[in-house]
Design a protein around this ligand. Structure first.
Ligand code: ATP
Length: 289
């Protein structure tokens, strides 16, 4: 028995941090959507009690540190599953990039194993389990467009944003999400207009979406990584309608509606940024058949 899942990258259209909670987590509000850059994950049923993870990417751990492994372990223990699984990750999403690659792999594992192990759980149940693996996993279970609250696990689904091209550029140096949150100064933050972004998406207002892109974590990552600001400026000067850093960074994305303009921005970045992608916005769940 065998099944396959697509694990798309996410971008933040907004990212706000409201306060630090007594449990030490940050209370956040984020509008997130998916883009057409995805890991491809294969699941092979094993008769023995074993979970194996394999990826050829040297930055991805092949043991219990892998978020896909943790998701499989949680499901197996919680539902007392007798079978095992070999999980093969074809990594396409840059690692430690602010694109939730690990969380998306974990979410895809929950969806894939729900089928492989015939557990018949709903997406809502899988999203609840996902929250135990990581804060972004619940969003990735639905793979849609959503407002995420709490520590990221409370998901209010939204329609997909207006179709556009997304140029992604990742500076060489990765960023640790934990250290960014640790350095965040909560006083004096200039907060995103989250409600305005939600309305712009509901009204399919592309300009409204562009004008409201905002991420408070830029206040930490930009001063420490000058390349991020350079890429933002380069994207804007070569014609992006709007640009933002995704998650804790360092990946920057730019939005445009015309493919020719996306190509122009891609070419202008290729010189000084190694990892550049032009992909379509998605924003709603897609199966890989
Ligand atoms: P987020 O935006 O959710 O903070 P990210 O995109 O910044 O995530 P990831 O690509 O998920 O970061 O990787 C962060 C770290 O998690 C990596 O350095 C890696 O060691 C570890 N990791 C565990 N499982 C995976 C996985 N399946 N894919 C990638 N990294 C993983």
């Amino acid at each position: 028995m065998y099944t396959i899942e697509k694990a798309p990258a996410k971008i933040n259209l907004t990212l706000d941090v409201l306060y630090k909670r007594p449990d030490q987590y940050h209370e956040v509000e984020m509008v997130m959507t998916t883009v057409d850059l995805a890991d491809r994950i294969e699941f092979f049923l094993l008769e023995e009690h074993k979970i194996e993870v394999a990826s050829e990417n040297r930055f991805v751990p092949n043991d219990e540190r892998n978020l896909a492994y943790r998701a499989a372990r949680l499901l197996k223990d919680r539902y007392d599953v007798k079978e095992g699984v070999r999980i093969k990750i074809d990594k396409q999403i840059p690692v430690a990039a602010g694109l939730a690659g690990g969380s998306s792999d974990a979410a895809a594992t929950l969806r894939g194993l729900n089928r492989l192990w015939k557990l018949n759980l709903t997406l809502d149940e899988l999203a609840d389990l996902g929250a135990e693996v990581g804060s972004d996993v619940s969003f990735c279970v639905y793979n849609s467009t959503a407002l995420a609250k709490g520590r990221g696990e409370t998901i209010i689904e939204l329609p997909p944003p207006p179709q556009c091209w997304v140029i992604l550029a990742k500076p060489v140096q990765g960023v640790s999400t934990q250290s960014v949150y640790k350095s965040l100064q909560l006083d004096d933050l200039n907060h995103p207009d989250t409600e305005g972004m939600v309305q712009a998406i509901k009204q399919s207002d592309y300009q409204g979406v562009c004008s409201r892109l905002k991420n408070v974590l830029e206040t930490v990552t930009l001063p420490k990584n000058p390349e991020v600001e350079q890429i933002k400026q380069q994207m804007l000067s070569s014609g992006a309608d709007a640009v933002l850093m995704s998650g804790s960074g360092p990946t920057v994305f730019g939005l445009v509606q015309q493919e020719s303009r996306a190509d122009r921005i891609y070419n202008s970045l290729r010189g000084f940024c190694e990892e550049v992608y032009v992909v379509r916005s998605l924003g709603c769940h897609q199966r890989l058949d």
